[in-house]
Every structure is written in C-alpha cells, then in structure tokens.
Design a protein around this ligand. Structure first.
Ligand SMILES: C[S@@+](CC[C@H](N)C(=O)[O-])C[C@H]1O[C@@H](n2cnc3c(N)ncnc32)[C@H](O)[C@@H]1O
Length: 391
C-alpha cells in the first residue's frame, strides 16, 4: 500500500541553484504530485498542488529528466481546498507525506482517480466495456487496518517521503480506532532504549488490528489494508463468478493468505492457488478447503512459470491480484492456457494493469467490465476490478 515514498534521485547542483518560477499544474502523477511546465518547457513534479492551480515554485532537484519543485506560494489556489485533517500532513522532511491528497475534499480526490482511469481506458475499451461507478470508501479516515511504524527509541512515526528522516507522529487519523489506540499506547513507552536502531537507524513496529498487539521487526504476510473495502471486493468477486459453471477449473495467481481463494472455493469445485510467500501460503493451506490446491511459485521467474504452467491444462478461469509489478511474466500463461475463457484481474497499479490487458486483448480477449474501487482515501491509489472475456 502505497505510502508513496519512492525516494527521488535528488541533488543535481545546477538544478538546485536555479531560480524560482511560476507555473500552472497541468496534470497529476500516479503518486499524486502536480505536473508543472517550466516557462522553458521542462517538466517539474511538485507535491501539494492540484490541477489548474498556479504556484511560485522553488527548484529543489531532479529525478531523471524531470525537475523537482516545492511550492513557495500558491498564486491561484483551487477554491475547493481544505485544511488537511492531520497535523503531520505536508511535504517537507518534518511531515509524514503519507496522504498526499489530504488537502482536497474526498469527492474531488475520487473524481481525479476516475479521470485517470478513464484516460487509461481510452486504449483498452473497444466501445463495449462496462465501466461501473467508483466504489467509494465509506470512511475517508479511520480505515487503515495496518500500518508500519518506525522508531529510534525516542521518536515513533513514519519516514518522511523521499528522505531518511523519521517524523514523530503523535496521531494518525487514517488508522482504524484500534490501531490509533495502539499508537497512543506505544507512544507512552517513549523514550525506550530497547527500540533504538541496531544495524539500521530504526526498528520497525507493525500495527495490525487483527493481531493481539504490535509486532516488532517481524515481516507480516500481505493483508488488504482496508477491511470494509476488502469486504466489498470479495462481494464483487462473488458476483463476477456467480454465473460461471462451478466445474470450470480455476487458477488463482498471487493468492496471498487466501482472501479471494475463500470466495472462489465457495463456488468452484477446483481452485489452484499460487503464491510466492511461504508464510502466506502456510496461512492459506491452514484454512483452505480440500478443493483448493496450493502451490508455491515465484511468478516473476520465467523458467519457473514456464515449467509449471506447461502442466496446467484445461484452466478456464484465471483470477489474479498481483503486486504493483502486475503480471510481469505473462507470455507462458497467454501461450499455454488455450482453454482460458475469462480473466478476473484485480489491480493496484493502473499502468501495469493496462500493459497486461493490452496483451490479453492482442490474444483475442475483450475488456468486458471495469469497476474502480477506492481502498486508500487521501492517496492517489486506485484499485481496479476487471473482467476480460475471450471473444
Ligand atoms: C496484492 S497481494 C494479493 C493477495 C491476496 N489476493 C489478498 O487479497 O490478500 C499480492 C500477493 O502477491 C504475492 N507475490 C508478490 N510477488 C510474487 C511473486 N514474484 N511470486 C508469487 N507471488 C508473489 C505477495 O506475497 C502477495 O501475497
């Protein structure tokens, strides 16, 4: 889940010492920053601005060919702007930076997500795709069932976007009530010499409102980060498969701990579930009914996938929910699954989803249904639930 912290490659001195400029925001990036044109034609990415706003911008570095800027003043602000409901919101090294769109009302954030999806669909929709309305989140705050905190023994919080600076977070309004209480009680233990960084600058504390208590330096298997919206996704999946013949063999890729496997197994007689994380696979195997065959496989390894998929004949339905990289290794599936009729693709990254869909379309599929769902309000993240069918 996207805390949008990809470290930018900053530090080109000639860029840094350039003078400020005024520019208009013409678009938003996938990580939520404004795209602004410099008067000399160069493109800059600037956090904390919205489409059509005009700002005086300080040049702070660059990321490849693109310049990085910070707002000095907004000369034309969007009238819908609001006071962000979080004291740690902002874009400097003192701010958490985890909710980049918090300064705009929820409906405006949602409209921007939908706009991006529609623009992506221009290349995929043959005119027959059913585009459903956005399944908006019932709670724009208080929804996160999980969070990863860092501590150096005196501060406890998040690492500011694109930096190595630990921001002391006294409260985080997007956390679920239980996780908010855990954060507050952890803070009472500060300063805590046991939490001082050992090999690294800090230690990691995971909050998960399904667990008894916080977990220190332990990697947890994946869990969808918004419990209410996960229930909506499961319901969507149940509806998508409801009219399919139960004896159609199903292959599920990136099955995790079995969140969607459970829905599939309540309808289909045979589900082959594939996952690369051993801990997740163990959890899946512990709860899966007999009709589920669980397999450990690195789905990003070409030889491993080729060898495995070769033996899989007769699969008629493919369900996948990959990480941001999408279905990186897809040719073996496209080549070998000759009887495939339906693909149900749950995506957390629009760009890789569109890339993969294009390859399915080239193999004779059409994009039948697209349902956007908001898992993470206050961020640009959009989950796309989609169905492709063979023409
Ligand atoms: C977005 S999660 C989906 C999990 C599950 N569908 C759920 O709803 O909880 C993606 C899953 O892909 C798994 N994964 C990531 N890279 C993988 C790889 N190279 N091979 C196999 N599985 C991988 C992760 O461990 C994670 O469980």
């Amino acid at each position: 889940m996207p805390r949008h912290r990809r470290a930018a490659k900053q530090g080109n001195a000639s860029f840094k010492h350039e003078s400020a400029f005024e520019g208009k925001v013409r678009d938003l990036t996938s990580d939520g920053r404004g795209v602004v044109s410099h008067p000399d034609g160069r493109t800059f990415f600037v956090p904390g601005v919205w489409i059509d706003e005009v700002a005086e911008i300080r040049v702070v570095g660059r990321q490849g060919k693109v310049g990085l800027g910070q707002v000095i003043t907004l000369t034309k602000a969007d009238l819908q702007r609001r006071e962000a409901p979080c004291e740690h919101h902002g874009y400097s090294a003192d701010h958490c930076g985890g909710c980049p769109w918090m300064f705009m009302p929820y409906q405006v954030q949602s409209a921007a997500k939908l706009r991006r999806l529609k623009s992506t669909l221009e290349d995929l929709d043959d005119g027959t795709t059913q585009l459903d309305g956005l399944l908006a989140a019932p709670k724009e705050l208080g929804y996160r069932n999980r969070a990863q905190l860092k501590t150096d023994g005196s501060k406890l919080g998040y690492v500011a976007a694109g930096t190595r600076t630990l921001v002391d977070v006294t409260a985080c309004p997007i956390l679920s009530a239980r996780n908010g209480e855990s954060l507050a009680s952890l803070r009472k233990a500060l300063p805590n010499p046991n939490w001082r960084g050992r090999k690294q600058d800090w230690q990691t504390i995971d909050l998960d409102d399904n667990l008894e208590g916080p977990s220190l330096n332990k990697r947890l298997p994946f869990r969808q980060g918004n419990t209410q919206q996960n229930a909506v996704m499961r319901e969507w999946l149940a509806q998508a498969i409801a009219s399919m013949p139960p004896d159609a063999p199903v292959l599920e890729l990136f099955a995790g701990s079995g969140n969607f496997t459970e829905v599939l197994a309540s309808h289909f007689k045979t589900v082959v579930a594939v996952e690369g994380d051993q801990q997740a696979l163990q959890q899946l195997s512990d709860v899966a009914p007999e009709r589920v065959q669980a397999h450990a496989l690195n789905l990003f390894s070409v030889p491993a996938v080729e060898a495995w998929v070769n033996e899989k004949q007769g699969i008629r339905v493919l369900v996948l929910d990959p990480p941001r990289e999408g279905l990186k290794v897809r040719t073996p599936f496209l080549k070998e699954l000759a009887e495939l009729e339906t693909v149900i693709y749950v995506a957390c990254d629009l760009a890789t989803w569109a890339r993969d869909c294009k390859d399915f379309l080239a193999q004779g599929f059409r994009l039948a249904q697209v349902t956007p769902l908001d898992l993470f309000p206050q961020t640009p993240h959009l989950e796309v639930l989609s169905v492709l069918t063979r023409v």
